[in-house]
Design a protein around this ligand. Structure first.
Ligand code: COI
Length: 344
């Protein structure tokens, strides 16, 4: 197998959330004029890809992506976390951008096989995980704006450590923006590339001033919490209720968000609500806050700044309990009652 053992293994001690090239990536080509649309794909050395400058991806951003992790267990197995959920979400995202859905079974199997082929890049359990980045985009040369018929799905992977390692010691500091992340009715509930491209400049203005990220309010009322640049917020209120904003066209249906909700409700028997949560309610009644995402995992928020109001959040006990259960399921240290784990 060409490529195997060619790329250097990184120093596990210094892993961050940054790219380490691995030996293999996966590619499948799709054409809506064919049945089945998608070919079976191939595992090829990680390398630059060739694409027409006229591909709709290049001008119009016709592309979506995913993020999921594989974890090594203390017993030496490798476990993928909810790859089927990522596969389904990529289908939903693709359909929003008028791309043909990539079959979920093929998605799960190609993720598993890609991990097997890059097995030596999966860090030891205490150092991090192997992050998989599936992507689907339009490839045919086409000048005008309209539906496409030729597509590619790629999956590459990289060993990663914490998203904010070296950053804030106890949780993140967020600037609350009176601004929507995406337009209502737009592509916010799809993991479309453009949503993230637009967020980089916005967040950087505040990162330059010492914030870790921004928290967007809803585009209609500029009042209710939606997302950060790439994670879903949860707030524990004084009443003991854990609240997260309900899914709508401005919010990505996070898989870690869903996993947290299920653990909170079904394993920890917490009082949980998915409902509109105003920034004023958080400032007046919030006692703990954290954000969830595949890359972020569950990260405490230690401070929110909203106009001239500063909200400090002192505790992170609940986040600690939820993260422990989630991690234990992901590393096989706790029974998985939800059928989330796929051994590769
Ligand atoms: C993830 O959490 O996997 C994402 O795709 C978010 C990205 C900003 C890193």
């Amino acid at each position: 197998m060409t490529g195997q053992n060619n790329k250097p293994i990184p120093d596990w001690e210094t892993l961050t959330f940054s790219l380490t090239e691995t030996d293999f990536m996966y590619r499948s080509l799709g054409n809506t004029g064919r049945d089945p649309v998608w070919d079976e794909g191939a595992y090829i050395p990680f390398e630059d890809i060739m694409i027409s400058p006229a591909a709709a991806l290049m001008s119009y951003g016709v592309g979506v992506f995913e993020g999921l992790k594989a974890q090594r267990t203390t017993g030496g197995k490798i476990l993928l976390f909810r790859p089927d959920a990522n596969g389904r979400r990529m289908q939903n995202s693709a359909e929003r951008l008028m791309m043909p859905p990539f079959p979920t079974e093929q998605f799960v199997e190609s993720c598993a096989e890609l991990v097997r082929r890059n097995e030596h890049f999966v860090p030891p359990p205490e150092y991090g995980s192997l992050y998989l980045r599936p992507m689907q985009h339009a490839i045919e040369p086409q000048l005008g704006l309209g539906p496409c018929s030729q597509f590619a799905t790629h999956i590459f992977c990289s060993p990663v450590g914490s998203y904010f390692r070296g950053g804030s010691p106890r949780g993140v500091r967020l600037k609350v923006l009176e601004q929507g992340r995406v337009a209502p009715g737009g592509t916010g509930s799809a993991k479309s590339m453009g949503n993230y491209a637009g967020a980089i400049w916005v967040a950087q203005q505040w990162k330059d001033q010492g914030f870790d990220d921004v928290l967007y309010l809803d585009a209609h009322h500029l009042k209710y919490l939606t997302e950060t640049s790439g994670s879903n917020p949860f707030v524990l209120l004084r009443s003991g209720v854990l609240v997260t904003p309900p899914l709508d066209s401005q919010i990505l249906p996070g898989i870690t968000r869903d996993s947290t909700l299920r653990i909170a409700r079904e394993l920890l028997n917490l009082d949980v609500e998915e409902r509109a949560l105003s920034i004023q309610e958080v400032i007046e009644d919030g006692v703990e806050m954290f954000c969830t995402g595949t890359a972020w995992t569950l990260l405490s928020v230690r401070e929110l700044v909203y106009n001239d109001q500063v909200k400090q959040l002192e505790t992170e006990d609940l986040r600690g309990k939820l993260l422990k259960v989630l991690r234990d399921i992901q590393t096989g240290d706790r029974e998985d009652p939800f059928d989330w784990i796929r051994e590769v």
